[in-house]
Design a protein around this ligand. Structure first.
Ligand code: ZN
Length: 211
């Protein structure tokens, strides 16, 4: 099955740099600690710059994931044309305004048009876009656009429910901390019944967010 490697890679919106400059992050963290009036040499903080650099490497790995390798061996040709739905995909992201976590669940559906993606890959795609400095609206859209590019399906739907620690911790109105965003493409946009089937499916038996 042919995959347009160029358009898939472009759709993944990767960064140009292939490596994170860990030493520079460590130095910057030391500087922040000092600027805060802390003593970066006290025992509890000694290894903090190193830990923070490691943490960013892990939490922001999505910029450097190879999207073609991610999906290439998991595309299958099928004649199935009913909705494929994966709900309650946990995600952990960082808001780009405060570099604080927003976390929650994503629900992803598509209508196959000759090909499907292995089920375990959908959470990996969510992860690829979550592990970046993000805003929830863009992340939602990127997941939808990426699957649209890879699968050329009849439609894609993505709903993301997120809880934003920058709202909760910074003492603005706490009820603003939860946000729901959605992206509807193809039949999910044009066909009310398809969209409603998806929305009914993700709300049926839904657990309220645990947080
Ligand atoms: Zn924020």
């Amino acid at each position: 099955m042919s995959l347009d490697v160029f358009s898939v890679t472009r759709q993944a919106e990767l960064l140009d740099t292939t490596t994170i400059k860990e030493q520079e992050i460590q130095d910057a963290v030391t500087q922040i600690l000092t600027a805060l009036g802390e003593d970066p040499d006290r025992e509890g903080l000694l290894r903090t710059p190193m830990r923070v650099a490691e943490m960013f490497k892990e939490l922001l790995a999505g910029y450097r994931e190879d999207p073609v390798a991610l999906i290439n061996d998991a595309l299958f040709e099928v004649t199935y044309d009913e909705m494929v739905l994966v709900r309650d995909i946990e995600f952990y992201s960082l808001c780009e305004h405060h570099i604080l976590p927003f976390i929650g669940r994503a629900h992803v559906a598509y209508i196959p048009n000759g090909r499907v993606l292995g089920l375990s890959k959908i959470p990996r795609v969510v992860d690829m876009f979550a592990r970046r400095l993000q805003i929830q609206e863009r992340m939602t859209r990127q997941i939808a656009d990426f699957l649209d590019t890879v699968l050329s399906p009849g439609g894609v739907a993505v709903v993301v429910e997120g809880l934003h620690l920058c709202s909760m911790m910074r003492g603005v109105k706490k009820h603003d901390a939860r946000m729901t965003t959605s992206a509807m493409l193809g039949m999910f946009r044009s066909n009310l019944a398809t969209r409603q089937e998806f929305l009914d499916n993700i709300s049926r038996g839904a657990n309220p967010m645990m947080y």
